[in-house]
Ligand binder design. Structure first.
Ligand code: AMP
Length: 234
């Protein structure tokens, strides 16, 4: 199975790119931020526990996050056993701490699997701040807009589903600063760890969306070919 980790600071285009890469390579998405947003929206036990943490832009505790990822991997294993053609998983927003990275290594080892590749999307901080300030999302279907460069046709109304287009609770200036600092402190050191293991590819994310997607897909395919015994992308 392919296990592709997509890393990059908030606003680097990780969410957009992971969705495109997932569809292109027939992978399942494991996007912890999305899973947390769904839990908050659905007011599940988990959602109620994490809402305040999420709104502040803080990190959800590792044990809750890791449990969620394990659940998702179990679900994926069941789908594959039932004949699903999905070839693996793309991780978006996970791991974000050393504890989570250790847990992922352990989880994959237990399953006889390994990380296929780690792709980091690089974007300058000034660009991230500009993108995040302008980011809007549909509260209903999650479609992402940019208030300046890609607004909905009708102000505040989603083109796709007619839902309300809003700013994310954690895209306020205070929460954005906190999230970018947390990325630098907690998540960026993981890049070094994966580089030392020879797993890392860096991609320039300050380009057109299609170009970034093409570079990421190419990096994953090159790595998957190199690691697959048959030379085929399995
Ligand atoms: P994202 O959509 O990836 O920017 O994540 C939004 C928020 O969800 C983060 O600011 C955290 O509060 C929480 N979150 C998402 N992924 C993780 C993770 N791997 N570890 C801890 N908290 C997370």
């Amino acid at each position: 199975m392919l296990h592709v980790i997509l890393m990059g600071p908030q606003g680097s285009g990780k969410g957009t790119q992971s969705e495109r890469v997932r569809a292109r390579l027939d992978l399942a998405s494991i996007a912890t931020g999305e899973l947390f947003r769904a839990a908050i929206k659905g007011q599940t036990d988990l959602g109620q526990r994490i809402q305040a943490i999420y709104d502040r832009g803080d990190l959800v505790p590792d044990e809750l996050t890791v449990a969620l990822v394990e659940e998702r991997l179990d679900e994926l294993a069941r789908e594959r056993a039932a004949g699903s053609s999905v070839r693996g998983a793309v991780y978006d927003g996970f791991p974000r701490t050393e504890g989570q990275a250790n847990a992922l290594d352990r989880i994959l080892t237990d399953r006889g699997e390994t990380i296929t590749t780690v792709v980091v999307i690089d974007v300058p901080r000034a660009t991230l701040l500009r993108r995040l300030a302008a980011r809007r999302v549909c509260a209903n279907c999650g479609r992402v807009y940019n208030a300046e460069s890609d607004p909905p046709r009708v102000d505040g109304v989603c083109d796709a589903c007619g839902g309300q287009v809003v700013q994310r609770a954690d895209d306020t200036p205070e929460a954005v600063t906190k999230r970018l600092d947390l990325y630098d402190d907690e998540t960026a050191p993981l890049v070094e760890r994966y580089a030392e293991r020879g797993l890392l590819t860096r991609i320039d994310g300050n380009r057109a969306i299609d170009e970034v997607t093409a570079s990421i897909v190419e990096a994953i395919q090159a790595r998957a070919m190199a690691t697959s015994p048959s030379g085929k992308v399995a």
